[in-house]
Design a protein around this ligand. Sequence first.
Ligand code: PBG
Ligand code: ZN
Length: 312
Amino acid sequence: MQQVQRDSSERYRAAFAAAGLHKEHLIFPVFVSDRQGSISSMPGMSMTSVEKVADYVQAIAGAGISSIIVFGIPKTRDNNGSPAASNDGIVQQAVRAIKSSFGSSMNVTTDVCVCQYNLSGHCGILRKDRVDNDATLEVLAEIAKSHVEAGADIVAPSSMMDGQVRAIKNAIGRKTKILSYSAKHASSLYTPFRSAAFANARLQIDKSPYQVSYANKRQAMMEIETDINEGADMVMIKPALAYLDLVRMAKDKFRFPIAVQNVSGEYAMIKAAAMHGLIDEEEWKVCSIASIRRAGADRIISYFSLDVAKYL
Ligand code: PBG
Ligand code: ZN
């Protein structure tokens, strides 16, 4: 006889156990800004300041999560995004604060890109309306170096420039690991993130010249292969849910560590539907995270990481 009513938290625990998910697989995103407070495009998420970041991370550690990825939302932007590489930039200061409180007990990854720091919002240096790949590589290398000096354990280039792994590897050496955003698909699912990062406008930027097309699985596999050959320690596929076939394909093909980012739009969709009473939020958080693990992800970056840790 099957018992009809089972406690839902017991079901969620069982789902994660069946998927082989453990707390070590989860990474929680931390937004550091000088404006602290809630992020309206991502209900339930908030940004923190450099002063408060250690307390903020304490709550994450308290939930048993020992990996974070730090995104910076700086006060000022310029043409080339130079605040991104400043030694007293927002990410660099935050990483120093986190590392001085938590040391090796908190694994810190940093997002390496210029789009939160330049005026265009593009992930590269613009020359006459086009992204200049090689000029951007130099800037990415400088940013990564400053993150390493601040104490980052892993740097994660997210700009999708060709040669980003090699350029960063040459600049930082072998000590700090590189998680490359290898197959980052052009997608409107980044819009809630962009509205958090941009106080006004520039939400719908066309990044398709350098991000992967959703229809092209061969391009995704090629990008991953290139980054592995350039020396990446882990590769990433994002968004998550509509791309799980690619996660499995890449896992089988390369047998290499794969991270998946469950992006802001995927978070917002579940939150919005739940707020309208259309779905069971808790169930869908659990289902989606379990399915990402089942597809073959070794690390999952998700805004739900904290919420679901209680079932692990
Ligand atoms: C910056 C960056 C973005 C995301 C991660 N790093 C935004 C973008 O490419 O426009 C998206 C994350 C999310 O939506 O959760 N390069
Ligand atoms: Zn970017």
